[in-house]
Design a protein around this ligand. Structure first.
Ligand SMILES: [Ca+2]
Ligand SMILES: [Ca+2]
Ligand SMILES: [Ca+2]
Length: 476
């Protein structure tokens, strides 16, 4: 018997040493019964604003139980308790249950209790009560607290352990996506937002783009706009590429080609402009939003652009139909003789001046202005310009208003002296014969060359005037 006691004592020591060794690791239950555990379930509930949900007060009895009583506290700005209903723990028994008094202003439920009527206890886990809850339109975390928790068996309160819970009313996301090129600033700029937060959205278009509208959970085209967070929100900001016009103005005559040739251009498009002058015209320079005379030239479309192409007249006038008429008979006496030179001058723009350059027999020269009589016809009529006998040449120089000019070919013209009646360059017996042939005739003054002194009658004086030059040669 003692030996047996000794064996037991030895076993006890062994167990004791094990307890000393592992005492820090293995829970040591000294009592025969564990505490009854009362918890809010689920311990951490996450809900959305406005959501209805159920919390329970769950109980794991540490020993047989017969009744419970408790109070609940919560944050009334976040939660509203709609109803308290009896739980499952006393299922199968007739019970007496009081659902308590809900105060959604104070955030309390008091006087919740329940018990088994008559004989009976339970020791299986179950729920004491269910709380039908609504999340208010807010975000945040409410503690759900248990207090005045009492659990009894048939005879007394039993040891309890109480664990509170929380309900978190989640925050929401605001996602912004971009259509086109730009950015959107959120103010405040947060990863998540509490329910009811007003977020201002400001769209900024990239260069060459403009903000056009919002879609998704924002609408319209106001910028900035604001959105109230009542859930997860998503917004699309639409940007539209700016289009610009390229206007070309022509100064002079010609055209300008654009490559690419479009009615409008997106921001940053590089357009090559090529000036193409009309026939008789030359490209001189760019104006407006371009300068210089490079051709072709490029222009970058980062705004509406206006370009002027200046073309200048490079075609000289044209001279045709150079004609000379003169008095008949020719006469160096300006009272009786004249010479008229005429021509036709045309220009692609306008004729500004037509000059007749006369090279005189003496070697001098002079310019005289030809006058127009319309239709491009110009003339110079003179009774004095050719009043000296001898060899002349003349040419016509025509100018437009743009520094273009042309000179006609040179025309030779000889003005015979009156004593060379037959115009053969020398004074001979033939000239005297011609005068003699008309001897005694009369007419208007100088009507024929034989009336050398232009007095209207052929007399000896005419013969004398010729004879004074007999043998002279003027023709060179
Ligand atoms: Ca011209
Ligand atoms: Ca002669
Ligand atoms: Ca005469």
């Amino acid at each position: 018997m003692k030996k047996e006691v000794g064996k037991r004592y030895s076993l006890f020591l062994t167990l004791l040493s094990l307890l000393v060794l592992f005492g820090g690791l293995i829970p040591l239950y000294v009592d025969a019964t564990s505490p009854t555990v009362v918890v809010i379930s689920p311990a951490s509930k996450i809900v959305s604003a406005g959501q209805t949900f159920t919390l329970t007060v769950a109980c794991t009895p540490g020993q047989s139980m017969k009744s419970y009583e408790l109070r609940v506290s919560f944050n009334p700005t976040l939660l509203q308790i709609n109803a308290v209903t009896e739980g499952t723990i006393f299922q199968g028994y007739t019970t007496f249950f009081n659902s308590g008094t809900i105060d959604n202003t104070a955030g309390t439920i008091v006087n919740i209790y329940g018990l088994i009527l008559g004989a009976g206890t339970v020791s299986s886990p179950g729920t004491l009560v269910s709380l039908s809850c609504s999340a208010r339109l807010a975000s945040g975390t409410s503690a759900v607290g248990l207090s005045n928790v009492g659990i009894t068996n048939d005879t007394s309160y039993v040891s309890t352990t109480v664990t509170n819970g929380t309900v978190t009313l989640r925050e929401f996301t605001l996602s912004v996506s971009l259509d086109g090129s730009g950015s959107v600033a959120k103010s405040p700029n947060q990863a998540t937002y509490a329910y009811g937060t007003v977020v201002q959205l400001t769209a900024s278009a990239s260069a060459g783009w403009w903000f056009s509208s919002w879609t998704g959970n924002a609408t319209g085209s106001s910028n900035p706009t604001s959105i109230t967070i009542t859930g997860n929100k998503s917004v699309v900001a639409h940007f539209t590429q700016s289009q610009y016009t390229l206007t070309v103005t022509i100064d002079g005559s010609g055209s300008v080609t654009k490559n690419p040739n479009q009615a409008t251009y997106a921001y940053g498009t590089v357009v090559t402009v090529t000036a193409v002058p009309s026939s008789g015209w030359g490209f001189s320079s760019w104006g407006g939003d371009l300068s210089g005379s490079q051709n072709p030239k490029t222009i970058t479309m980062n705004a509406n652009r206006s370009v002027i192409a200046h073309f200048s007249d490079i075609a000289a006038p044209q001279i045709s139909g150079v004609t000379r008429t003169s008095s008949d008979p020719l006469d160096t006496d300006s009272s009786f003789g004249w010479v008229n030179v005429s021509c036709t001058v045309t220009d692609n723009v306008a004729v500004s001046q037509v000059l007749l350059r006369i090279h005189n027999p003496s070697g001098s020269w002079n310019n005289v202005t030809m006058v127009t009589r319309g239709g491009g016809v110009y003339y110079y009529r003179s009774s004095t310009a050719f009043a000296t006998a001898g060899n002349y040449t003349y040419s016509i120089r025509a100018s437009d208003g743009n520094s273009n000019s042309i000179t006609s070919s040179t025309v030779a013209f000889s003005m015979p002296p009156n004593w060379d009646v037959n115009n053969d360059g020398r004074c001979s017996i033939m000239d005297l014969v011609l005068v003699s042939n008309h001897y005694g005739q009369s007419g208007s003054h100088g009507w024929i060359r034989e009336d050398v002194d232009n007095n209207g009658v052929i007399t000896v004086l005419d013969l004398s005037l010729v004879s004074n030059h007999y043998g002279q040669v003027w023709w060179v």
